[in-house]
Design a protein around this ligand. Structure first.
Ligand code: NAI
Length: 214
């Protein structure tokens, strides 16, 4: 049975994919163990921060040994639920929908794309990223016939509420929301909002700061 974990701060959860990535790179380089000092240098956080983060999940390190990379990589993957092989659909077969469907890294992380949906009838029957595009009217049946865990919302905010409510009523577990609209839905459904321009604005801030330094 899986351990229930409560009150893990969101900042800690947001660091887990980075731990996972770096550990995966180290594994690929044939490394077997890493000190918390080395890992902290790579991550740009302190060694004590890493210990604190991992303590939320039971530790994993050994005094004087550091971390067993393969074990930690595997454990963090499990904490992130990557072993579950969550299934996804994309709503919106436009530019963003295409880019996401063609992004092979999601598959590498264990996510399986089952289909793409769009309200534009002209797109029905085409394929995107190797999967079929269906008209939105097929969504109910598709979700009854297939277990779909995550919907990726790559549509404009206009009309998003109806789409999100429908997905929730059909039993979706999580929404990866690119629509630039905050969703007011049942809190039992996990929502992750993405704003690519946040990264650009953060970059703009840093350039501005660099220019104002004496
Ligand atoms: P696009 O215009 O190329 O494609 C949108 C597609 O969604 C079209 O095929 C359209 O028929 C379909 N669509 C619209 N409303 C729908 C609905 N209610 N149900 C099903 N399908 C629907 O647009 P693009 O470039 O793919 O962007 C999609 C949305 O994502 C835009 O609103 C854009 O602002 C947003 N976006 C968000 C980003 C982010 O960082 N959060 C980054 C890029 C785009």
């Amino acid at each position: 049975m899986e351990k229930e974990r409560k009150d893990v701060p969101i900042v800690v959860i947001k660091r887990l994919p980075r731990y996972y990535r770096y550990l995966g790179e180290m594994l690929g380089q044939g490394m077997t163990r890493v000190s918390s000092k080395h890992l902290s240098e790579k991550m740009g956080v302190t060694a004590s921060q890493i210990r604190q983060d991992l303590n939320f999940f039971g530790g994993f390190g050994q005094q004087g040994y550091g971390y067993n990379i393969e074990y930690l990589y595997h454990e963090i993957g499990e904490i992130l639920g990557l072993h579950k092989g969550y299934t996804t659909i994309i709503i919106g077969a436009g530019n963003l929908g295409h880019a996401l469907a063609n992004h092979s890294n999601f598959k590498k992380r264990g996510f399986r794309l089952l289909g793409v949906f769009d309200k534009n009838e002209m797109l029905e029957g085409s394929t995107v990223g190797g999967v079929q595009v269906y008209h939105m009217s097929k969504l109910d049946k598709f979700m009854r016939d297939n277990e779909v865990d995550i919907a990726i919302l790559a549509i404009p905010k206009y009309g998003i509420k109806e789409v999100a409510d429908k997905l929730v009523s059909l039993g979706i577990k999580g929404l990866w929301n690119f629509s630039y609209s905050d969703l007011d839905i049942d809190p039992s459904v996990a929502v992750e909002n993405v704003h690519l321009s946040d990264g650009l604005m953060t970059l703009s801030y840093r350039i501005t700061q660099n220019q104002t330094q004496p």
